[in-house]
Design a protein around this ligand. Structure first.
Ligand SMILES: *Cc1c(COP(=O)(O)O)cnc(C)c1O
Length: 388
């Protein structure tokens, strides 16, 4: 049996996979079982932010494997303390909880918001969380409930109660629904899975104004936009706001599973002993990977380059006649076409040796943050050849 047959005969068919078996990677290039090479404009959905097997990152993770790989949360580890300190420094958040995925980070944020409200107002009624249409917050039953897309609300009844959808960028809808039963508003600055939709600055400012006025927590899901993806460590910096809670995952440890819930002063001490936990949370390997990522991505000069590369990318993409628009910020891009469908372009790119992603009707690009200008040019040449 070949790899795909063996795989499909044992692993649940929950994903629409393309028929490529990736075997190894180096820098911004992956190779399949037959040795065919692919330039990577997808980073495993924004995870491999330093590309494949970055030397320093790999050294840090390997050294940790050989030092101590897991302890459980009965004990302290130095590497978690170091990673947490560095994250605090770079993000300005004083407290954090470590889990293993974006969904888990968001679950933590939801628990904080509800307990903050219950602790302070002593009522079960002030428990609702506003989320936006076309959002995506994860695959657990509760984060599916939070996700503002009807397509995700099938089969798994009953869903978690207490999520109210507001139309993204509709200030009137937000004002109408933010009533006394709401404890938090949760949103992505740029909706990733929902189609690379950047929120309007005015809408974001209105969320923060209304939430401050009503003691409602702001939760930024930066699972996809965080950790340098858009040219600042957190995308909130570019919107000029400081959410009460920010969640991170995907790129933050460069390819080791991790999810982080960052909390500011207002709600950093809401979760007390025994109210939350995770066996693998804060695992030393994840923290070692995260420390290696942040020691590069946390530098202002690295982040400035992400922004410059994003601008260059956009300019080159717009030079392709078939491209009608590029949305997003930094190295998070959604490309629209005049006549071609994203699905068709996606398949053709893989055929020609370029890994890409889609989001709704757009081609989505999340290249490694340390991609070179030459590699950008090479990948865009492949895309151009697909689009003639
Ligand atoms: C990917 C993603 C998630 C879910 O993360 P998992 O690690 O798959 O649980 C949640 N929110 C956003 C914005 C994401 O992009």
């Amino acid at each position: 049996m070949n790899t795909i047959e063996k795989f499909d005969s044992h692993v649940m068919g929950t994903y629409g996979r393309c028929g490529i078996v990736l075997e190894k990677g180096s820098g911004r290039t992956a190779a399949d079982e037959n040795g065919k090479k692919y330039i990577d404009f997808g980073s495993g959905i924004g995870v491999n932010c330093l590309g494949y097997c970055d030397e320093d990152w790999a050294d840090a993770v390997c050294a940790q494997v050989r030092s101590i790989q897991h302890t459980s949360n009965y004990y302290y580890t130095r590497v978690q303390a170091d990673f947490a300190e560095k994250l605090s420094e770079v993000t300005g958040y004083g407290r954090m909880f470590f889990g293993n995925s974006g969904a888990e980070a968001n679950e933590c944020a939801i628990k904080i918001a509800r307990k903050y409200s219950f602790d302070k107002y002593s009522t079960k009624e002030r428990c609702n969380i506003i989320t936006l249409t076309d959002s995506f917050h994860g695959r657990t039953v509760t984060t599916l409930s939070a996700t503002g897309q009807d397509a995700f609300h099938n089969y798994f009844f009953p869903f978690t109660e207490g999520f109210i959808n507001v139309k993204a960028n509709d200030i009137d809808d937000l004002r109408a629904k933010l009533d006394g039963g709401v404890c938090a508003v949760m949103f992505e600055f740029i909706q990733g899975e929902g189609g690379v939709n950047v929120l309007d600055g005015d809408f974001v400012r209105e969320i923060f104004r209304l939430c401050a006025e009503n003691d409602v927590l702001t939760i930024a899901d930066e699972v996809q936009t965080g950790a340098g993806r858009t040219g600042t460590f957190l995308t909130s910096e570019q919107f000029g706001v400081k959410p009460d809670i920010t969640t991170l995952a995907k790129g933050v440890a460069g390819g080791v599973p991790v999810g982080i819930c960052l909390a500011g002063e207002k709600c950093g001490d809401v979760l007390t002993k025994g109210t939350h936990g995770s066996t693998f949370g804060g695992n030393p390997l994840a923290c070692a990977g995260g420390l290696a990522v942040i020691s590069k991505v946390g530098n202002p000069s690295f982040l400035a380059e992400v922004k410059e590369k994003g601008d260059y990318f956009k300019k080159k993409l717009m030079e392709i006649p078939e491209v009608s628009g590029v949305d997003g910020m930094g190295l998070m891009m959604g490309v629209s076409f005049k006549t071609r469908s994203a699905a068709e372009v996606f398949a053709a790119c893989h055929e020609k040796g370029l890994l890409v992603l889609t989001a709704k009707t757009k081609l989505r690009l999340l290249p490694p943050l340390n991609i070179t200008y030459n590699e950008i040019d090479e990948g865009i040449e492949i895309l151009r050849s697909v689009l003639v």
